[in-house]
Design a protein around this ligand. Sequence first.
Ligand SMILES: Cc1cc2nc3c(=O)[nH]c(=O)nc-3n(C[C@H](O)[C@H](O)[C@H](O)COP(=O)(O)O)c2cc1C
Length: 359
Amino acid sequence: MKLYLAPLEGVTSYILRNAIAHHYGGFDRYFTPFITSATMNHREREDVDVAHNADIDLVPQIMSNNVEEFLDIAASIARRGYETVNLNLGCPSKTVVGKKRGSGFLSVQYELDEFLAEVYDRCPVNISIKTRLGMDDLSKWPEIVEIYRKYPMEELIIHPRIQREFYKGVPHMDEFVYACEQLSDTDIPISYNGDIVDIKSYINLLNLLRENNIENVTSVMIGRGAMALPMLARDIIKYEMENVTDNNVDAGINNTINALNSEDGGFVAYDQELVSHRFLSNDNEVKMFWIFHNEILDNYIEIMSGDTPTLYKMKELWVYWQRLFDSVSDFKKIYKKILKAKKIDEYLAVVEHLKNICA
Ligand SMILES: Cc1cc2nc3c(=O)[nH]c(=O)nc-3n(C[C@H](O)[C@H](O)[C@H](O)COP(=O)(O)O)c2cc1C
């Protein structure tokens, strides 16, 4: 199973992607957040610049519902040397959806089908798709799957929620399994995305695939879980490797599943408490996190214009990193101070204090 880092607009910049790749690794592929114009703004140009992504397999993502616009953006990305683009059919934001883009495009299936026919015919690079299950309810999902099966997509990444759910509730696994089954007679590789937040949820997914004899899921995309635990992909791989007994990857996965299902099984669940405990009780892990943190901070200081935008970027990450420190007794107070910091010196003082508590 391959692992992908999901695109999170405003969060998974090239600085963050590289820091994860350099310090933790484990991801086979990365995606940029969505791009909406061929000229791109400064930030987007920097983000897709191949020089900034030299060490990773990157797929730039496009959000558009207009054939010529999509092809222009794809051509601009192709000129930079990329061979695949990803079409965003998942964004649930109201402004996006109102323009029938992102998951909003799923509500007009006839137009979507026409759009895909044209772009698959004329686009100079491969196109993969990242999709939700629909807009307001699940009823249109079978029709959407029927549309997808007609196109030679590089891969189909499914986040099994509808637009209306944003990121709330539980992913619709029955509908995900349905799509895998419906597309099993095509060459379309499927990627699962949604709520993989620890090793346990990853293994549960593998279990579900195995129970349903699903063989066309070739990758798992992880977003928020990897923001909170930047070591998650590395640990998933490590965990699988530790469970390989005869150099057979399938056997490894089966062993992992069996271990999970057994009473003790040696499986240490990554639940909230244990994550913090494991992280803070492992000196190397703690040191590595601060090196990871410092690289991100230094790189943002270099490219952002001043303390406020730099700290804005760091604070966004702390929303996710809270999970690592929630066993520190007065972490809530420290976290508040991090969010309140207006100057980098002020921020560094708070972070240094946290570092000393964890040492
Ligand atoms: C803050 C934020 C920004 C996001 N930006 C994008 C984006 O630019 N493109 C995209 O396809 N999905 C975007 N997503 C959706 C994620 O890629 C992913 O599909 C979603 O978080 C579910 O996966 P997860 O449960 O592993 O996080 C975003 C999600 C969040 C929370």
